[in-house]
Design a protein around this ligand. Sequence first.
Ligand SMILES: [Zn+2]
Length: 247
Amino acid sequence: MAKRHLDSRLLEKLLQGQISPAEVKELAWHLVEVCPDCAQTVEFDGATSADSEVETLPASMAARDGGRQGDDETEISFARVRERLQGTIVLLHQQRVAAPALLKELDAHPIERQRMLVCNKARFWTLPVAELLLDRAWHLGYEEPDRAQTVAELAAEVVDSIGPTSFGDEVLNDLRARSWAYRGNFHRIASDYRSAEEAFKRAEAFHARGTGDLLEQARIFGLRSTLCRALSRFEEARDLLQKAIHI
Ligand SMILES: [Zn+2]
């Protein structure tokens, strides 16, 4: 969806009801989590946007529309955009607020039971739960790479359970890519270089079928670069790092 910013064409499709419920959710996710530019343009401000009233289309948005619409029409259009996205934005906000308690609930169980819960209980099937698990895995990585691996796998199971009918596959593939990139890094920390290479290949394959998010891409390049250094492939490591920096 990073390829699909909220420009006038997407706005029109949204207003005409020509994008699917999954795409509406992806767009809301794009505004809340991925693209500060679009969020600023439509004056969505994370959690607070769930409650705030935004009455007019900002000048930058009007400029994207090429001045095609008059001021009154623009205001009405924007009110309808809010109407279409508001439900999902509020839902994402609620899911983010609920996610820490859900992780705490998982913590009370051994890992096998945790797997069973995330696969069978729909309350765990949210993007914020998956992201929080990935954050936790990342922080565990250097101290406890094996445990970090397990937590990253759990995050991937959450993502698979969310399913493309609920959220578009591109957003889910971004998180799958992040999970594999982290797992590649944990294998590298544990000196299992063959598994690390395999994991990075998978990360890149999922990223190619994701939203094209540049931050995810930079993350994969940066982590792969560290693996190349560990394998004394210094030139490749430098190239990847350069790519990551210049994204
Ligand atoms: Zn955007």
